[in-house]
Design a protein around this ligand. Sequence first.
Ligand SMILES: C[S@@+](CC[C@H](N)C(=O)[O-])C[C@H]1O[C@@H](n2cnc3c(N)ncnc32)[C@H](O)[C@@H]1O
Ligand code: SF4
Length: 379
Amino acid sequence: MLELPPLSLYVHIPWCIKKCPYCDFNSHQGHENIPEQAYLQALLKDLNNDLHWVKNRKLHSIFFGGGTPSLFSAQSIEKIINAAEKHIGFETNIEITLEANPGSAEQQKFADFYKAGVNRLSIGVQSFNDQQLKSLGRIHNAEHAKKAIEMAQISGFERFNIDLMHGLPEQSREDAMVDLDIAIQTGATHISWYQLTIEPNTSFFSRPPILPEEDQLADIQDLGMQRLSSAEFSQYEVSAFAKAGEACRHNLNYWQFGDYLGIGAGAHGKLTIPENAEIIRTAKTRQPDHFMSREKTALASQKPINQDQLSLEFMMNALRLTQGVNKELYARRTGLDESVIAQIIMQLEEDGLIQPQAENYCTTDTGIRFLDTVLQRFS
Ligand SMILES: C[S@@+](CC[C@H](N)C(=O)[O-])C[C@H]1O[C@@H](n2cnc3c(N)ncnc32)[C@H](O)[C@@H]1O
Ligand code: SF4
């Protein structure tokens, strides 16, 4: 029986001071000339156009992502938060996260974000090593990163995430552990620890840097997980580590196949429409100029997820979580009966890829390593 899951809101801000050579996100270089007011108006209009999908529902979380949302003024962020509260409404304890870059951190602005209702910051540190930050083309250094964290704390943010990357050009095992140690010591409640990947359509793809060898990458991964675990950060997703009770509720909602509105250039949404017994995916116009100049809707596509794709889509999200998800959630979130996947699950259990007889659909240690193989069975 298809139920309405928690509802989140993703707000995309598509500009950065400088485009990083490894980044394939929808982010555009531009600083002085960001059309903040025009974009704000376009976002408010986009939100308005999406309201018909979420009547009588409340928001569980909001995430301002980018790009670099901290380039926007706190007043603009506040206007979006206020509009979301007025037109949709908030659950008590709503989580509101904003991504902030150390290269554009300002004390007053952080304090104003907090006053505007943002209650969680995600700080894009990447590394505390100046040499490595340079090789990543970042505009900040280690000192800026530490200052930004301090500013977040002074501004009242008790919950904050640090984004770190590892497997960086010329990074030793020790370098990677020093980065983690510094992040742990800051008092961060969450650490997102990503291995650098070389994505098509990036500068690194056309001019690849020399990365650590496979066995060194594996060592960094193993050592890092031990470091994080002994500092009481538990891993709950491939790259996400949190202190007790500090998992990112917004991302958890994605991974548990919850719903979300996506507003802004290129933003994606997923919505359950029980009366039509369908789940739809939406995408908005990708180019910021088109997004701002369109006459009516910014919706570029809206299509239901095919019934035969639903199990795969559910599992693609759920099985990224180290604890998986409760088996009950499958029927509630997809509207399909558990019997649809019973045969596949049994085979995966026999192959040692899914935990047998568990309350949750959850991969084994081998299953998580061969997640693509596991997921292929659902396609
Ligand atoms: C959407 S980005 C935006 C955050 C913010 N603009 C920043 O870069 O500081 C979120 C995070 O994804 C990670 N990331 C981006 N590109 C990556 C790549 N190619 N490989 C691994 N992690 C990446 C970085 O840690 C980054 O902070
Ligand atoms: S600052 Fe973040 S979003 Fe912007 S280009 Fe760099 S990695 Fe991408």
